[in-house]
Structure formats: structure tokens, C-alpha cells
Design a protein around this ligand. Structure first.
Ligand code: TRP
Length: 427
């Protein structure tokens, strides 16, 4: 596989907003159009369970986010587009990775440490409210990536540490079990816009300052009017630097349009006018996508079909054969494929001829020679003591004529006896 594999996950725990679109969806769809890359985009719904306890929200968000990607132009026949929970090999791989990962590595994860620090600051137990899901999150994410041996993982800055952990985990596994994993790299694109939200901080559902990507035109207008501005009057020159309004405009406009807007800011455009211009720009970009989105969302079964088909093909091509190889590597192996060596050794043991010494009811001592199948070859005469019987056995083994001590038994041939003795001596 000479191709570059690019993979990224989107957690379905909310409604997609403009920041998600400009920061992740748009660049990913553009990158997926390059012929020389194999792209993997998936809905990380197992991750969503860490963030929310609402089943309806996970399901609804999965539908909305899948529809958004398709409406944004992702072509599911050209890229791998799937839902994490449709690939059971991922949780299986998570366990294999768990067993080569030091707990200390996870103790150092930012998200977990932040939760602990907050607890400690509030005088709570350090792990209060911390689920094992939150703690193990970097392991599940490593499995997402390593399952498909992705080379590059486009993520935000907050995810860089997780990529470093994925590399460490991959290296530990490779060290113990052989080179199975590519060490993935984070791809953080500084050219990709980080959008400000309504309050000027980074647009994020955790700040509750988002503009939903597919807000209705009326809602979109209302939200744009709620964006914070300074109190400069119409006619006063306005700063583009640090203006959320300007940054939002820039993220959706052409360079020429942006240059024009910059001039208008310098000339003292009224905030109301700037908001109007932003609304027009956004509506022009979003409207065609919104129409596709609404069609898609009205037919959930079509989206279900797209996701299912993606997962099925992906499992057949990568996940199923790869997990089989990994299971083999760690020793989760079929018993009937044990090297056949031990079986013949045992059979041989059973088939060996043997001298057997014993005492009869008459108080005398005897021996006999039996072949591997238990057939009697030689029968000794009676000896007064076990020692004498033993000496006779030794003599026969040494190639002395056996006639003095024993007689051929039943159907036995002298040649069989010679062969049995040779076999015994060859041990
Ligand atoms: N953790 C990522 C986020 O919250 C989502 C994600 C899950 C992901 N698995 C991934 C991203 C694998 C990249 C690769 O944004």
C-alpha cells in the first residue's frame, strides 16, 4: 500500500456548527479529492458515550453529522465513510492495546489530568466523576487510528497529545509483537480557520457560542446580529484584527472579497452593514448545502445504508484480516494450528517396543517384550530374582542370543524381535 492514508474522527455528540465546518469538514472534503490519498472519515460514536449519557442525542447527532458530511460534498464511494461502532474490530484492538499500555501514560493525558486537577481544587476525591471511558479515551482513539494504519491524522491542537500517545502505544506493541503498526502523525494545519463564536472566544459547543451550520435563514440572521462588536459608531474606522465578524467573513469569502471588506472596515462601515454582508456571504455558501442536508435528513435509511456499506467494505478489506493477524501475533490462536510436532512425538512414545518385568503368582520373576501395539514378541522363562531377570533383559538388549532367557511368543518372528531391540537401543 504505497498510498498515504489520512484518517480522522468526528464525535457525534452535538449539532454541527460553522466552526466544525470551516475547521474540519471543509478541509477534509477538499483533501479527500486528492487522488493520491486514501481517506478515512468516521463518526466516533463510542467516543460520544464518554461525553453524553443521552441515547437520543447520540443517535440524532450521528444522523446530523453524517448528513452534514455528505451535504458538504464527501463522496462515500471515493473515501471510507463509516461509523465506529459498526467496526467491532476497533474495541477488540482497544483491548490488545490496553495490555501494552502503561497506566502512567494515561495518567498524563490532559483531559484526565484537567478533571483530576479540578476535583482536587474543589476538595473532591481526585477521581470523582471520572469514568473509565474518559480515562481510556486515548486508547480507543489509538485503536481508531492504528486499526487502519493511518499515516496522517488531521486534528486540532488539543488532540496532539493523543496522537503522541497513539505513537507510543503502537511502538510498545511493535516492540513486543513485531512490526504491525505504522506510527501515525498529527497533521495540524495552521492555515485552517479556527472560528470565533458569538462571544469572540473560539466557537465551541462547550462555550455555548456556536452558530449551527444549518440554522434556518431567520435563525442565522438572528445569531449574526448577536455577535459581539465594539461600540464604534458608523463612519468610525474599525479594526479587522480581533473582530469576530471580520474573521467569520474571511473564513467564507474569497481573498478579493476579504480585501474589499478590509477596506470597508477602514472606511468605517456600520456594524449593521457588516452584519448584513456577513449574513449574505454565509447564506450564499450554506444555502445549497442546506438544501442537500434537508433532503438527506429526511431519509435516514439512506444514510444508514451509506454508513453500513462503508463499514462492511472496510471490514472486509482491512479490519477483519488485520485483527486476525494481530490476534495471531499476541497468541490468541486456534489450538488446531499448533505446530504438529508434539503429536507425532507422542504417537511414537506409544508405539515404542518395551520390556516389561513382573512377578507371577508362583513367586517367580519374568519379563516379556511387547511391540508398540502391545503384541507379545518374547516371553521369558522364570527367574528366581528380579536381578537375574534384569540381567537377562540387559543381555538381550546387548545383542546376545535371547534363546537362553526367552522364547519367541505367538506369531512373533525373530526379525520383529531384532527390530524391536534395535528400536529400543536407538532411543
Ligand atoms: N477525539 C476526537 C475529537 O474529539 C475524535 C476522534 C476520535 C478522532 N477518534 C479519532 C480524531 C481518531 C482523529 C483520529 O475531536
Amino acid at each position: 500500500m504505497p498510498q498515504l492514508r489520512i484518517l480522522t474522527g468526528i464525535t457525534p455528540s452535538g449539532t454541527p456548527h460553522l466552526g466544525n465546518y470551516a475547521g474540519a469538514i471543509r478541509p477534509a472534503v477538499e483533501a479527500s479529492r486528492q487522488a493520491e490519498v486514501e481517506s478515512f472519515y468516521f463518526l466516533s460514536d463510542y467516543h460520544a458515550l464518554i461525553k453524553t449519557g443521552s441515547p437520543e442525542r447520540v443517535q440524532r447527532s450521528t444522523l446530523e453529522i453524517a448528513a452534514t458530511w455528505l451535504a458538504a460534498g464527501l463522496r462515500p464511494e471515493k473515501v471510507w465513510f463509516y461509523r465506529q461502532s459498526d467496526i467491532p474490530e476497533i474495541p477488540e484492538l482497544t483491548w490488545l492495546l490496553t495490555c501494552v499500555t502503561g497506566k502512567g501514560l494515561l495518567n498524563r493525558a490532559h483531559a484526565y489530568k484537567a478533571a483530576v486537577d479540578k476535583n482536587v481544587a474543589e476538595g473532591e476525591d481526585a477521581d470523582a466523576g471520572v469514568t473509565m471511558g474518559l480515562f481510556m479515551y486515548p486508547l480507543l482513539m489509538a485503536a481508531d487510528i492504528l486499526m487502519f494504519n493511518a499515516h496522517k491524522v488531521p486534528v486540532g491542537r488539543d488532540q496532539i497529545q493523543h496522537l503522541e500517545m497513539a505513537r507510543d502505544i503502537a511502538a510498545s506493541f511493535n516492540h513486543r509483537y513485531g512490526e504491525h503498526f505504522v506510527l501515525p502523525e498529527a497533521a495540524v494545519d495552521d492555515a485552517v480557520a479556527t472560528l470565533p463564536g458569538l462571544d469572540g472566544r473560539k466557537m465551541s459547543k462547550s462555550y455555548d457560542n456556536t452558530i449551527p451550520l444549518f440554522a434556518s435563514p431567520a435563525e442565522l440572521k438572528k445569531l449574526i446580529y448577536a455577535i459581539v462588536t465594539d461600540s464604534k459608531a458608523p463612519g468610525e474606522a474599525k479594526q479587522t484584527e480581533g473582530s469576530p465578524l471580520f474573521q467569520l467573513f474571511q473564513a467564507f469569502a474569497t481573498p478579493a472579497e476579504t480585501a474589499t471588506m478590509r477596506t470597508r472596515f477602514a472606511e468605517g462601515i456600520a456594524w449593521g452593514e457588516a452584519k448584513e454582508a456577513l449574513y449574505d456571504k454565509l447564506e450564499a455558501v450554506v444555502a445549497p448545502m442546506r438544501a442537500r442536508y434537508e433532503d438527506l435528513i429526511a431519509e435516514p435509511q439512506r444514510i444508514e445504508q451509506v454508513l453500513k456499506s462503508g463499514a462492511e467494505r472496510l471490514r472486509a478489506k482491512y479490519a477483519t484480516p488485520f485483527i486476525a493477524r494481530l490476534r495471531e501475533a499476541v497468541g490468541l490462536r486456534r489450538l488446531d494450528q499448533l505446530p504438529a510436532a508434539s503429536a507425532p512425538v507422542r504417537a511414537k512414545a506409544q508405539n515404542k517396543p518395551q520390556f516389561k518385568q513382573y512377578r507371577e503368582a508362583d513367586g517367580q520373576f519374568y519379563f516379556k517384550l511387547v511391540d508398540g501395539d502391545g503384541g507379545l514378541l518374547l516371553q521369558s522363562r522364570a527367574f528366581a530374582s528380579p536381578r537375574e531377570a534384569g540381567q537377562a533383559v540387559a543381555a538381550i538388549r546387548n545383542g546376545d542370543d535371547f534363546a537362553a532367557a526367552a522364547t519367541l511368543a505367538g506369531a512373533a518372528q525373530a526379525a520383529d524381535v531384532t527390530r524391536a531391540i534395535a528400536a529400543l537401543n536407538a532411543e
